[in-house]
Design a protein around this ligand. Structure first.
Ligand SMILES: NC(=O)c1ccc[n+]([C@@H]2O[C@H](COP(=O)([O-])OP(=O)(O)OC[C@H]3O[C@@H](n4cnc5c(N)ncnc54)[C@H](OP(=O)(O)O)[C@@H]3O)[C@@H](O)[C@H]2O)c1
Length: 258
């Protein structure tokens, strides 16, 4: 019997994992449906919210999903919490792909803050030239600090535009090369970068460039995520599935109350 795996995605790793596991199981990738034209995922995709943990639990049961994999972005805390809860409710095993965060090194000028709102405050009262590459939902918080010049990069256009007098918008999708990131920061005379601690290679260029140029980084701390069995890389997660086999994760039908 072919096993069914649901991967909660929206990240490069989720797509890579889906590709790897597709040979061993029937894989569906779930996207939130926020990005207007997501990149091709290579496996069947479903899109849009489930309606909370209850909705996800119902979906897992209806689709007879055998294994749930949370491979969402480290800052997508709500869906990760829902995933852990839904897995418990539906009696479906869960694994998570938890990409490690970046670590500061000697000489880095990182200011750690808890939220996007705190980041806007941490820029201080004097006008600065700020690079925001945060995702379009979050940048509105910077309207609270309208004295700065903002360079705002996002995958989809920021609509409505920020109610600040001095903002420039760039549309681009990663990965971003270090040299290009450095050139961008220099060309726009950026003196502070606001970032999430996303981890991974694809968006590290701005952090590496800030390091090289001695620029401050206002780093938004990671949210707390539920404690579920996890791996740090696509390879490690696929190896767990391989080592034990999907059957290992699947509880007998009578235990699931199906
Ligand atoms: N947050 C980031 O910085 C970031 C960066 C890059 C990519 N992403 C990706 O963008 C998506 C949304 O992130 P977010 O931070 O807005 O999430 P979130 O705050 O944790 O989730 C909000 C709601 O969006 C729906 N949702 C989120 N991810 C979903 C998925 N993969 N499939 C189906 N529904 C999903 C769920 O709705 P229901 O409750 O109705 O099910 C969830 O309750 C995620 O797929 C994430 O991996 C996020």
């Amino acid at each position: 019997m072919t096993h069914r795996i649901l991967i909660l995605g929206g990240t490069t790793e989720a797509r890579q994992l889906a590709g790897k596991l597709a040979a061993r199981a029937s894989v569906t990738l779930s996207l939130a449906g926020r990005t207007e034209s997501p990149v091709a995922q290579g496996v069947p995709v479903r899109s849009g919210g489930f309606g909370g943990a209850d909705g996800l639990a119902a979906y897992l049961t209806e689709t007879a999903t055998d294994l749930l994999i949370d491979a969402t972005h480290p800052y997508a805390a709500q869906i990760s919490a829902n995933a852990a809860q839904a897995a418990r409710m539906a009696g479906v095993p869960i694994l998570a792909l938890r990409r490690p965060g970046w670590e500061p090194v000697e000489g880095d000028r990182w200011t750690l803050v808890g939220t996007v709102g705190d980041a806007a405050q941490a820029l201080g009262p004097a006008p600065r030239r700020v690079f925001l590459a945060l995702g379009r939902q979050e940048v509105a918080a910077f309207e609270a600090a309208p004295q700065h010049h903002y360079l705002i990069r996002s995958v989809d256009p920021v609509e409505p535009k920020l109610a600040v007098p001095d903002a420039e918008y760039l549309l681009a999708r990663g990965p971003f090369r270090d040299a290009e990131e450095r050139a961008l920061l220099e060309r726009h005379r950026i003196d502070v970068v606001v970032s999430k601690n996303s981890g991974g290679e694809a968006t590290f260029g701005k952090i590496a460039s800030a390091r090289a140029l001695g620029i401050e980084v206002v780093m938004i701390r990671r949210p707390d995520l539920p404690d579920v069995p996890s791996a740090e890389t696509v390879e490690a997660l696929a190896a767990i599935v391989d080592r034990f086999g999907i059957d290992h994760f699947v509880r007998p039908v009578d235990e699931r109350g199906v």
